[in-house]
Design a protein around this ligand. Structure first.
Ligand code: FEO
Length: 402
């Protein structure tokens, strides 16, 4: 069996995007892949396509195996354009007998491509089709992470084609999870979860429960990005269980930006207090960390301590942008507090506190703000704030374990 073959007759025919570095605001420093799969059976079936820029790669991979015009069924698990971007070209090239998608998938395809003459076959959760020796069954996964998203399960082979779920933005010439260091796979899977799926935690929990109830014999999980899980299936399922439960470590992130180092001095003193309370702290200067990397760290943090000076009656723009991004991803089950320096109007802490309350995080302190440059006495107050935050994290941690 070749490196691109998942099982006898089931082939990876996707594309590797070594160069992509920005995925609508998510930094993809390791590139990504757009996975598509070809099942050669009595009815030859293609699962998903690729981003339009990589259409030629997809067709090249298919042509190495078969004449593309012999493909009978095209399954679209997800309509977002990194997977369905080349759909018009693929339909033109293969002229499928059936274009199979979820009910919301049909709607999304029509709204993207405006082609009601395509041969749609709509499938719902529990529907099955036979493609010869194999049976494919379908599970709608609405809002994980688009309304149209669904899984396709190859029953006899035990392969779950999981669309974006369990994905990682990781460009590699290897196709399977046991061919690259597991830590790299899991780090990218965590970043993917934190930046794409985090806000849907309750739906992830329902999906995991549904999959357990269906008692599927899952021997492989094939996401649409990154490597395919064939060895570490338990690890990725356990990680999704932990992440979706909002579990956290005794860890506080001090996320800040600074103008003339006063807010930074406060951050250092707060970190000292957190450590004095016996809690791990990590300094996140938004000048040097990308927002999507910060979100990966937020995933298992017990406290978020947000700092910004006041600029023009508002926050520094990096902090304002980060808050906009993080608010959409809906972090939960964390304590939080704010701090910052100011010159005259001094709205920073008030604005940060409002953002914390908007996100429904537990505001554990009214926060600290100091004029221009903090004194030694001011910094002692910062240390004391850090201790209070650390104690609050420990207390919440006892509750989650209790
Ligand atoms: Fe990888 Fe939602 O697209």
């Amino acid at each position: 069996m070749g490196n691109k073959e998942l099982a006898n007759g089931i082939h990876w025919v996707g594309a590797i995007d070594w160069d992509v570095r920005d995925f609508h605001g998510y930094s993809t420093l390791a590139g990504t892949t757009y996975n598509a799969f070809l099942i050669i059976d009595e009815k030859i079936t293609l699962i998903d396509t690729v981003k339009r820029s990589h259409f030629d790669d997809l067709m090249f991979q298919i042509r190495e195996l078969i004449d593309p015009e012999t493909i009978d069924y095209l399954i679209i698990n997800h309509v977002e354009l990194d997977h369905a971007g080349s759909l018009s070209d693929v339909v033109e090239a293969i002229k499928p007998e059936k274009l199979i998608c979820s009910p919301m998938g049909e709607k999304a395809i029509l709204e993207h491509f405006h082609r009601d003459d395509w041969p749609f076959q709509v499938v719902k959760t529990g529907d099955t089709i036979s493609i010869g020796k194999r049976t494919l069954s379908f599970l709608e996964t609405r809002m994980l992470h688009w309304p149209d998203s669904m899984f396709t399960y190859a029953v006899e082979d035990g392969i779950l084609f999981a669309s974006d779920a369990f994905g990682q933005h990781l460009a590699t010439s290897e196709r399977f999870d046991d061919q690259v260091p597991l830590s790299e796979v899991m780090d990218q899977a965590a970043k993917y979860y934190a930046n794409i799926l985090y806000l849907y935690n309750p739906l992830v929990r329902k999906l995991l429960a549904k999959v357990a109830e269906m008692n599927l014999d899952i021997r492989m999980i094939a996401p649409d990005h990154g490597v395919i899980f064939r060895t570490h299936i338990n690890e990725i399922l356990t990680a999704y269980d932990e992440w979706s439960k909002n579990r956290f470590d005794e860890k506080a992130l001090i996320i800040y930006d600074t103008m003339w180092h006063s807010t930074e001095k406060m951050a250092v003193a707060i970190a000292r207090g957190i450590e004095q309370a016996g809690v791990f702290s990590e300094m996140i200067n938004l000048k040097v960390h990308h927002r999507s990397d910060v979100m990966t760290k937020v995933l298992n943090a017990g406290a978020l301590v947000l700092g910004s000076p006041t600029l023009n009656n508002g926050l520094l723009p990096r902090m304002a942008g980060f808050l906009m991004y993080m608010r959409g991803l809906k972090p939960q089950n964390k304590v939080a507090a704010a701090f910052g320096s100011y010159g005259w109007s001094g709205e920073c802490v008030k604005l940060l506190n409002e953002a914390i309350q908007d996100m429904r995080l537990e505001l554990v302190d009214e926060g600290l703000r100091f004029k221009y440059v903090p004194t030694d006495e001011d910094l002692k107050e910062c240390v004391a704030l850090g201790r209070r935050i650390g104690e609050a994290v420990k207390q919440r941690n006892q509750q989650q374990d209790g």
